[in-house]
Design a binder for this molecule. Structure first.
Ligand SMILES: *Cc1c(COP(=O)(O)O)cnc(C)c1O
Length: 338
């Protein structure tokens, strides 16, 4: 079912071209110092991911450690209220409470096969940090999580969890002291530790091959949805799929195996904050312009001279000033409604 080939042309919805572009977005805009790390990953990720031993260990952990498949729940009263049929894909029932663990397991297994001894990660609300710290504890690998000072204050329970799991939480004190600054600090760490460290990015963002790699790890969500819909309704095709977008990893996972089924309407929901035009919003497709953020070209909330605008949402994890390049392409091409 999964196509291992990277296309040579403009890329499809499902996979970027060899340079990591989905349409006009993607690529790998990285400092020279990171070139070797990213290039090593780009050369090896597909082959490692689809090795039989990798697939076996990945799926065994998804089943017995994460608790997959996550249920597809028919929400009867919500459905009656809207006079339709609404199913909830319960990623919140995964171990550690979100979809983040799917990607964290995939990347840590990959890092081990690359011979890496140390894991770093960025986190905003703390979910990705907790997931990564959990998988590192499972595997007995050193884990360092970068987190903005403001987020450390706002998300104290997740900070305590990461520390309990043996991770080191490093406060990011620069800029707005939130997610984008934690990401900058993590990138800086990787530059300083290029040989023994793997950087586990938490969403479908970052330089190629991260967006494609993370989308593939999260694609288990839509793979299960097809089977569960078929079992419960006799039809594996939903009319619509709705998912929220921070960086876009749960949405990418939920859309993935339906991207080429053009009868399935894809709806991505961004955080409006206090309102799209309020100056306190995280609706990147509505407010963003093409630009480079954290290693790829995408839509970015920025001023006319290219300074990143602080996003706002009370929703933990949705206050990111960019979106993954796949989503920028889905938006620009009209394949998904934002
Ligand atoms: C991290 C997170 C998000 C936002 O990240 P995506 O990459 O867009 O999925 C949304 N919801 C939850 C529960 C999260 O943990």
């Amino acid at each position: 079912m999964i196509n291992r080939n990277i296309s040579l042309n403009k890329g499809t919805y499902k996979q970027p071209n060899i340079f990591g572009y989905y349409g006009n977005f993607g690529g790998a805009y990285i400092p020279e110092m990171l070139h070797r790390n990213v290039e090593e990953l780009r050369e090896k990720y597909i082959n490692i991911m689809y090795e039989e031993s990798f697939q076996k260990e990945f799926h065994a952990l998804l089943k017995d450690y994460v608790g997959r498949p996550s249920p597809l729940y028919f929400a009867t009263r919500l459905s009656a209220h809207y006079n339709t049929k609404i199913y909830l894909k319960r990623e919140d029932l995964n171990h550690t409470g979100a979809h983040k663990i799917n990607n964290a397991i995939g990347q840590v297994l990959l890092a081990q096969r690359l011979g890496k001894k140390r894991i770093i990660a960025e986190t905003g609300a703390g979910q990705h940090g907790v997931a990564t710290a959990t998988v590192c504890a499972l595997k007995g690998i050193e884990c360092v999580v970068y987190m903005g000072v403001k987020d450390i204050e706002r998300q104290a329970p997740n900070v305590a969890r990461m520390k309990m799991l043996g991770a080191t939480v490093v406060p990011a004190r620069s800029g707005s002291q939130t997610l984008k600054d934690a990401t900058n600090e993590a990138i800086r760490d990787w530059i300083n530790n290029p040989t023994d460290t793997h950087y586990v990015i938490g969403s479908v963002v970052g330089p190629h091959p991260y967006p494609d790699m993370v989308a593939r790890f999260q694609s288990v969500i839509s793979e299960e949805m097809r089977g569960q819909l078929k079992e419960q309704t006799g039809n594996e095709m939903p009319s619509k799929i709705i998912a929220c977008v921070g960086g876009g990893s749960n949405a990418a996972g939920a859309f993935y195996h339906f991207l080429e089924d053009l009868n399935v309407e894809l709806i991505a929901v961004e955080a409006a904050g206090l309102g799209v035009k309020s100056g306190h919003s995280a609706a990147t497709t509505q407010l963003g312009k093409p630009g480079v953020l954290h290693g790829s070209k995408s839509l970015v909330m920025q001023t006319d001279d290219g300074q990143v605008i602080e996003p706002h949402s009370i929703s933990a994890g949705l206050d990111y000033p960019g979106i993954g390049p796949l989503h920028a392409h889905l938006f620009e091409s009209g394949r998904a409604n934002f």
